[in-house]
Ligand binder design. Structure first.
Ligand SMILES: *Cc1c(COP(=O)(O)O)cnc(C)c1O
Length: 387
């Protein structure tokens, strides 16, 4: 049986929570969505949370709420899922990439600072920067926030990997150093709603904009209308929104999952610690954790020291897959995707990201991974590298 790189952890209580909604009056737009939003906001210490049908939608409406549009440019890391960059294109803006720090594999603050200084001279400062907490490890948010004050850009944290993690002893998602933080609840992520995402913020006006955008731009609040309601049926569309609502079925699952979030992340840390130890004699670089943070530990990515082995990156990868170890690669640098290449992005733009892509392998990492399975992963990797 293939050991996947990630998978959901579903309990009987999770199943019961969904069944309860199925037997209730509302499958969508009922009480479960606001309950889930309130619980995540409280968990993270943010004032507002807006649940949606994916992190991709959350990134999209976050950009729109911050006013990202035509003529703007948004910067993100090249080592991320394509959605972190696509959200800016949806808004008619341009995208550019800031190379990674080779130790954390997150967007490099030094490269960001250099690029900002150049952009200030050429008059192309970004409207927003989207730092991605790769693998669940937070970016250096205090430093990025300080730069945002100097250069006047907005910050959306793509924390799709990072719910349950901490930065400087505070929960990721509290938006202390950002305008908006986004989570994903896809089944491979730390907690799941099937598909789903959420945008958190401490800014009531931004939260309200995102609420409108997730549901057609329609309001039933008289204070937001251009004139008094025609009658009790009345609503107004005041913006061009979408339907990216989360259902109550999903929210009930999410709320039930949230009660085990700390347990899930703690278990991931136990597994990561075991990997660190078991891999110590191999020609690999194990993940480096910045001090002052607690990773959500969505992924365990190691880098092969290829000069010290006869196998290529691809050969190691293929041998592991052939042995039913579902390794993966997070991620192909976004600008090397054909869609981005045809926009003019060239190889060599972010050398550290390209080097990372040539060496990285994500090992299986999920809360229900057993130690026996983990031992099989390590033993197989050892055999593959040594052979
Ligand atoms: C998974 C992921 C997304 C997209 O999440 P969806 O909920 O699947 O839309 C965005 N950014 C990152 C970094 C991700 O890992």
């Amino acid at each position: 049986m293939m050991i996947p790189y990630g998978r959901q952890n579903i309990s009987e209580a999770d199943i019961q929570a969904v069944v309860d909604v199925l037997r209730s009056d509302y499958l969508t737009q009922g009480p479960a969505v606001p309950d889930f939003e309130k619980a995540v906001a409280e968990y993270c210490g943010a004032s507002h949370a807006v649940a949606v049908n994916s992190a991709t939608s959350a990134l999209h409406i976050a950009c729109l709420a911050l006013g990202v549009g035509k003529g703007d440019v948004v910067w993100t890391s090249p080592v991320t899922f394509v959605a972190s960059a696509n959200c800016a294109l949806y808004c008619g803006a341009e995208v550019d990439f800031v190379d990674i720090d080779p130790r954390t594999c997150n967007l490099s603050v030094d490269r960001l600072q250099e690029k900002l200084a150049q952009a200030e001279v050429s008059g192309h400062l970004p409207k927003a920067v989207i730092p991605v907490h790769l693998c669940g490890q937070p970016c250096d948010m205090a430093a990025i926030h300080a730069l945002s004050l100097r250069y006047g850009f907005k910050i959306i944290e793509d924390a799709s990997h990072a719910i349950g993690g901490k930065y400087r002893n505070e929960p990721i998602g509290n938006c202390r150093y950002s305008n908006i933080t986004v989570f994903s609840f896809h089944p491979v992520k730390i907690i799941t709603t099937g598909e789903g995402g959420m945008a958190l913020t401490n800014d009531a006006a931004l939260a309200r904009k995102m609420q409108l955008l997730r549901s057609h731009g329609i309001t039933r609040e008289e204070g937001e209308m251009t004139h008094a309601p025609d009658g009790p049926w009345y609503y107004q569309q005041v913006a061009l929104g979408f339907n990216c609502r989360m259902t109550d079925l999903q929210a009930a699952l999410g709320l039930s999952q949230l009660s085990r979030l700390d347990e899930f992340v703690a278990r991931r840390h136990v597994l990561a610690g075991r990997y660190d130890k078991l891999l110590s004699g191999l020609a690999v670089v194990i993940p480096w954790q910045i001090p002052d943070s607690y990773s959500g530990m969505h992924l365990y990515v190691l880098r092969l020291r290829l000069k010290e082995m006869s196998k290529t990156h691809r050969e190691v990868f293929e041998a592991l897959r052939a042995a039913a170890i579902g390794v993966n690669l997070h991620y192909i640098p976004v600008y090397q995707q054909p869609y981005y290449a045809q926009m003019g992005f060239k190889a060599g733009l972010c050398p550290e990201a390209e080097q990372y892509y040539a060496e990285a392998i994500s090992l299986p990492m999920y809360s229900s991974l057993t130690e026996a399975q983990q031992d099989r992963v390590v033993t197989t990797l050892e055999q593959v590298i040594r052979k």
